[in-house]
Write a protein that binds this ligand. Structure first.
Ligand code: ADP
Ligand code: MG
Length: 353
């Protein structure tokens, strides 16, 4: 398997720069997820790695070797397509071995490789079935099997689960996580779904508008987002942003409430306090940092989401585990957990506390 490096990689279409100065060092066996909103350049980056799209500037290396101008078939990289890309009239074994059939590899070589891949993927008992006689998860494994047969240096996935219903998506996500564990292969996975990113990745790369916003482990991004964009993109429901008024000492919210933090010295630079819904406690109205009225209460069984109309601040979302006896119209105090407050400048940078 292999290490992949992108050094100052750029992509232009005519005069439009869609990716700027991309620097990334992907370790052998790492599961990297590229995440970001639609149009941020995720597919373009993946396609440049696969060789399906020319690289406009910078260097792309596999194991130290510059690959910018190497033909896609000689890069030894497998793009894993969605499960419906299986040939419906071919059984599992033939679907998996088809690339070898085209290459005219010997029948015995093909059989050996297919059997080995089927064993790895737990498909040995299913090799003579047609795709329509397989579950969604099994089909995904066959699609993976086709890639494994080629013994590639890395696997690429472009939103492989986006067309599936919610239950199947969770099942497939687990399949992919298991396959990565088993194969220990370098994988680069593109998604716009931050839950997929958080659950699958060793490290996440957040892209926005053609720039890398942050690279880090799922918990790095959740606990120490580099900026407001990452803070609000990672984590669901999204982080609350509470505007602060211009004050010399302490943090005074725009509704006049003061939040005392030991970092009061930063206050002149801070324009918003960020706090995740799960980091707000509900207290008596006279004990809260903020006071408001419960607006909509969403009961998820495991959690309760409470949209609170805070006096002078507007809607703030609180998430508590379990089923809370709170009704729309209740007056609530909100306590912001001090260690979980994030400080943002007017430019959207997060200040390290
Ligand atoms: P994502 O996969 O993150 O949704 P893409 O990589 O598909 O985004 O696209 C990134 C940007 O590049 C978009 O603004 C898109 O419009 C632009 N783009 C993609 N392909 C082309 C092309 N062939 N010509 C011009 N612009 C393109
Ligand atoms: Mg895309």
């Amino acid at each position: 398997m292999s290490r992949i490096e992108l050094n100052n990689v750029v992509k232009r279409y005519g005069s439009v720069e869609v990716l700027r100065d991309i620097n990334l060092d992907i370790q052998d066996g790492e599961f990297i997820v590229l995440v970001g909103p639609s149009g941020c350049g995720k597919s373009t980056l993946l396609r440049m790695i696969a060789g399906l799209e020319p690289i406009s500037g910078g260097d792309f290396l596999i194991d130290g070797e510059r690959m910018n101008d190497v033909q896609p078939r000689d890069r030894d990289i497998a793009m894993v397509f969605q499960s419906y890309a299986l040939y419906p009239h071919m059984d599992v074994a033939r679907n998996m071995g088809f690339s070898m059939e085209i290459r005219k590899d010997s029948v015995s070589e093909r059989r050996t490789r297919v059997e080995a891949a089927a064993k790895t993927l737990g498909l040995s008992a299913l090799t003579d079935r047609l795709p329509r006689a397989l579950s969604g998860g099994q089909r995904q494994r066959v699609a993976m099997g086709r890639a494994i047969i080629r013994d590639p240096r890395a696997f690429l996935f472009d939103e492989p689960l986006s067309n599936l219903d919610a239950a199947l998506r969770v099942e497939m996500r687990l399949e992919i996580a298991r396959m990565h564990k088993k194969l220990g292969a370098t994988m680069i996975y593109v998604t716009h779904d931050q839950v997929e990113a958080l659950t699958l990745a060793d490290r996440i790369v957040v892209l926005h508008g053609g720039d890398i916003q942050q690279v880090g482990t799922p918990l790095d991004l959740y606990e120490r987002p580099a900026n407001k964009f990452v803070a609000q993109f990672i984590g669901s429901p999204t982080m609350n942003m509470l505007p602060t008024a211009d004050q010399a000492n302490g943090f005074v919210l725009s509704n006049g409430k003061e939040i005392a933090l030991s970092e009061g010295r930063y206050s002149c630079q801070v324009s918003e306090l960020g706090v995740r819904p799960e980091h707000i406690d509900i207290v008596a109205p006279d004990e809260g940092d903020l006071v408001g009225v419960a607006d909509v209460v969403e009961r998820l069984g495991s959690d309760t989401n409470i949209y609170v109309q805070v006096d002078g601040l507007g809607s703030t979302l609180v998430r508590r585990s379990g089923n809370l006896p709170i009704s729309s119209g209740d007056r609530l105090g909100l306590h912001l957990q001090r260690n979980n407050i994030h400080l943002f400048t007017a430019e959207g940078a997060r200040l390290e506390r």
